[in-house]
Design a protein around this ligand. Structure first.
Ligand SMILES: [Zn+2]
Length: 463
């Protein structure tokens, strides 16, 4: 390892995070940061004044200036937003394309609540600040700058490369679904809005990197009790609110069966050493035996791990009754589920129905903007390519898979049985991760090694 680092140093400069190695690509590094600032200044938030189409135009002009053919870049308007698909044709049209997937929209940000205007990007103390700095304008522009750098260096892919950006990933995901429905079937998708590296909280040194190969399926189930109601001075046994409440409590107490997949086993085995001793020990024990009751108790009690060991369902909304002095005619609750890969929502709804054990309670799947999706396979060619790219950019930093508890654009591809892998090369401290939150920021030391990573990963998957 030492010999490799010294060899690399001879070629370039040690930049970025301590422990990261990158040959200098000054044009690409500068372009990634400058383009990110321009993109952050555009308020690509759903609703009136949505500037996502302007972000698409910005990315298109950068790609065209970088050597992409204008006719190979299509911006498709959709409602108040738009999506972008850019193609870099490969020399062998019989090969399925490599797709690089991101999004251009951001979550709403109220300037009054922020220390600085979220739509006026600033670089300070080594951080890029602004809405989208983490999720995911800098990620997008790093990938764009890396593709342009590959063109500059004369790279010619055998497999076509498609880079696409959805325009409503944070809200309705209609553009995400449209992209996955209309693109030709990909060999695999690199989702640059998932996965990523963790920096040590104390030292800031790169600690480990995970690529994301699975995510939970999102589902909303409405459960409703109705009855004839009546006068509140003449109560009956069958009160709709009471019946619903009793059913909800039974569901609250219901543990879904703990589950382990090859992917989460690999995650627990390798992530254990970065956790507090009790959590780490429980992770190792659960990876060895997913019926270990003590390990299950520890991991279930921890909000950061409960979602990784099985399906979870919680009540999130409730309404009922119609007057202060009337017996309720209706009570409804929404139960939000995050389903472990491999199960259909209907299966989980049936389980909930059985647990509720109340015939008066009806269930309905209300899920919008989500589709069920299974884990992507741990494909050896992808695992080798991402491990190699990380070894060049961050020598010695462990690389292992992870499963996300939230939803991303990967689900639309996995739904079509296209493998999709979250593989963002940006490293950040957990305590600095303010995606969707206030004062969002990302360390710009991530940029040079991220370019280095893509210059290995993209050719590896398209050569
Ligand atoms: Zn995102």
């Amino acid at each position: 390892m030492r010999a490799a680092i010294i060899g690399m140093l001879a070629l370039g400069a040690l930049t970025g995070h301590a422990g990261a190695v990158s040959a200098p690509h000054p044009q690409a590094e500068t372009q990634a940061l400058e383009l990110a600032k321009q993109a952050i200044a555009l308020r690509s938030v759903q609703g009136p004044g949505n500037q996502t189409p302007e972000v698409a135009a910005l990315y298109k002009s950068a790609l065209v200036a970088g050597g992409f053919a204008a006719q190979d870049i299509v911006i498709t308007p959709m409602g108040d937003t738009a999506y972008l698909v850019a193609r870099w044709p490969g020399s062998d049209p019989t090969l399925k394309p490599l797709v690089i997937s991101g999004h251009m929209d951001v979550v709403e940000a109220k300037p009054a609540d922020w220390k600085r205007d979220p739509f006026k990007p600033v670089v300070e103390n080594g951080y890029l600040f602004g809405r989208g700095a983490t999720d995911m304008k800098l990620d997008g522009t790093i990938a764009i700058a890396a593709l342009i750098e590959l063109k500059r260096e004369g790279y010619e892919p055998r497999r076509s490369i498609i880079i696409e950006f959805s325009g409503d990933e944070e809200t309705t995901m209609a553009t995400s679904a449209a992209i996955a429905d209309t693109l030709p079937p990909a060999d695999l998708v690199l989702n640059i809005d998932g996965g990523g590296g963790v920096l040590n909280e104390q030292t800031g040194a790169p600690e480990y990197f995970t690529w994301q190969g699975a995510e939970k399926t999102y589902a909303d189930f409405a459960r409703t009790v109705t009855n004839p109601g009546g006068h509140s001075s003449a109560p009956r046994k069958d009160n709709a609110i009471d019946q619903l409440a009793a059913a909800l409590l039974r569901i609250h107490d219901h543990p879904f069966k703990p589950e382990l997949s090859p992917l989460t086993r690999a995650y627990f085995e390798q992530a254990a050493k970065y956790e507090a001793p009790d959590i780490g020990a429980a992770m190792r024990a659960f990876a060895a035996d997913p019926t270990d009751q003590q390990a299950i108790a520890v991991l279930s009690a921890n909000p950061a791990t409960v979602g990784k060991i099985g399906t979870t369902c919680v009540v999130t909304l409730i309404s009922g009754g119609h007057a202060l002095n009337a017996l309720p005619q209706r009570a409804t609750a929404n139960v939000n589920c995050r389903i472990f890969p491999g199960h259909k929502p209907a299966e989980i709804m049936a389980e909930l129905q059985a647990v509720a054990a109340a015939p008066a309670v009806t269930f309905k799947d209300m899920t919008e903007g989500s589709v069920p999706n299974d884990a992507s396979p741990m494909r050896p060619d992808f695992v080798a390519a991402v491990t190699k790219a990380m070894a060049i950019a961050y020598p010695g930093v462990p690389v292992f898979p992870s499963m996300a508890s939230g939803a991303s654009d990967s689900m639309w591809f996995r739904y079509h049985h296209v493998p999709s892998y979250g593989a963002s090369p940006v490293f950040i401290k957990d305590s600095d991760d303010f995606s969707h939150g206030l004062n969002e920021r990302t360390p710009i030391a991530s940029v040079p090694p991220a370019i280095t990573y893509y210059l290995s990963l993209i050719p590896e998957l398209s050569k």
